[in-house]
Design a protein around this ligand. Structure first.
Ligand SMILES: Cc1ncc(COP(=O)(O)O)c(C=O)c1O
Length: 399
């Protein structure tokens, strides 16, 4: 019955339908509509023969939650359906998902090429941690495909990127990066956190592995840390093995919250997209704002690429006021936007990247990327647009 129901759901193509139903049909034992949570470490086996078969993977089943858990499997099936990948894996955090993926794909002597505008934690792992295992990363200017190709070596195993990027909202042409990866037989891996699987489907464009921090749009309520990796069965079994060895799994309650959050992902993203675009347009016309960075604006340098590969442009945007002191005044006077270093929740958030996430980067390097002291990053929430605009209007008077 479960399989039949799952097949039926998978045939329903709409994102919202799948978000609600894929992966977690009513519990066959009780009819429970809510997904059961399995708060267990281990699973009793009927006999030694079965135990041996389950532990060696010859027979489907569970033996220890660090390997898998029915609550994980439900949310993994839902995510795989939404991202249109063969299989998904859940992790304890976005960083657990990212580090486990690299640890599964590279060995001593291997090389990685990454675009330089990536999440600070990923940059730190590639630049400072992997070299301890003789794995080197070359960082190339974001979007420069010639530089990407020139940086490839016979030992390159992975091309790693994010789009849209943080905090400048640059957009990279996914199909062109995939074309280079395929030509040189190098795996392409994307951190798709900013777009979410609602706005962007990298696996359909040929990317090998898609990663998310589930702490952002997927969870959606700023109350869980989680991570997700999606890709082919073959790649996911390698990554699942690493998850088992290094132990970066979430607890079943977190997996359950992730599942519940994802049920409204499409509904929330539609609102993030609408509010994001309207806030960008408002800021673009504001006399105190020098520049707005949002892929949905017609004058964004990669607007056409964004239109080609994204269904909506999301709730993330940055804008520049005249200097650091002005930016701090604006942030201090915002009431609806909370000053906090995350994104993707239902509530509006604000940060000044030069003073927070990018504070360790030398000023010159930072400014080359466009991250000036007057740059403010917003994660636009799902509140009423008029309330959001009113908050920005009054705070900008102080700039
Ligand atoms: C784009 C991106 N990727 C990955 C991460 C890491 O995720 P987590 O905090 O869940 O480990 C973050 C966190 O801010 C992020 O913004």
């Amino acid at each position: 019955m479960e399989q039949e129901w799952q097949d039926q759901t998978n045939r329903m193509k709409g994102f919202h339908t799948q978000a609600v139903s894929a992966g977690d049909p009513p519990d066959p034992a009780t009819g429970s509509i809510g997904l059961p949570i399995y708060p267990t470490v281990m699973y009793a086996q009927p006999d030694m023969e079965t135990f041996k078969e389950v532990i060696s993977g010859k027979k489907k089943g569970f033996f220890y939650t660090r390997a898998s858990n029915p609550t994980f499997q439900a949310v993994e099936a839902k995510i795989a359906t939404l991202a249109q990948g063969e299989r998904a894996l859940v992790f304890a955090s976005g960083m657990a998902a990212i580090t486990s993926t690299f640890l599964a794909l590279v060995s001593s002597g291997d090389h990685i090429v990454a675009f330089q505008d990536i999440y600070g934690g990923s940059f730190n792992f590639l630049k400072n941690e992997l070299p301890r295992f003789q794995v080197e990363t070359t960082f190339v200017e974001t979007g420069d495909l010639k530089a990407l190709e020139a940086a490839l070596r016979p030992s390159t195993r992975v091309i790693y990127f994010e789009t849209p990027t943080n905090p400048m909202l640059k957009v990279l042409d996914i199909e062109k990066i995939v074309e280079i990866g395929k030509r040189y037989k190098i795996l392409t891996v994307i951190d798709n956190t900013f777009a979410s699987p609602f706005n962007q489907k990298p696996l359909n464009m040929g990317v090998d592995i898609e990663i998310h921090s589930g702490s952002k749009y997927l969870g959606g309520h700023s109350d869980i840390l989680a991570g997700v990796v999606i890709g082919s069965q073959e790649l996911m079994s390698r990554i699942q093995y690493i998850r088992y060895v290094y132990g970066g799994i979430p607890d079943p309650h977190t997996a359950w919250l992730l599942n519940r959050g994802i049920k409204t992902l499409g509904a929330r993203m539609e609102r993030h997209n609408q509010n994001g675009l309207q806030v960008a347009r408002f800021l673009q016309n504001h006399p105190k704002v020098r520049k707005v960075f949002y892929p949905g604006l017609e004058d964004h340098p990669q607007h056409e690429i964004a239109r080609k590969q994204m269904r909506g442009f999301g709730g993330m945007l940055s804008f520049e006021v005249s200097g650091g002191a002005e930016a701090e005044k604006v942030v201090r006077h915002l009431k609806l936007f909370h000053l906090a270093g995350s994104l993707g929740g239902v509530e509006g958030l604000v940060t000044i990247p030069a003073a927070t996430s990018h504070r360790r980067m030398p000023k010159e390097e930072r400014e080359k990327l466009g991250i000036t002291e007057g740059l403010i990053r917003l994660s636009v929430g799902i509140e009423d647009l008029e309330d959001i605009l009113e908050d920005l209007r009054q705070a900008l008077e102080w700039a």
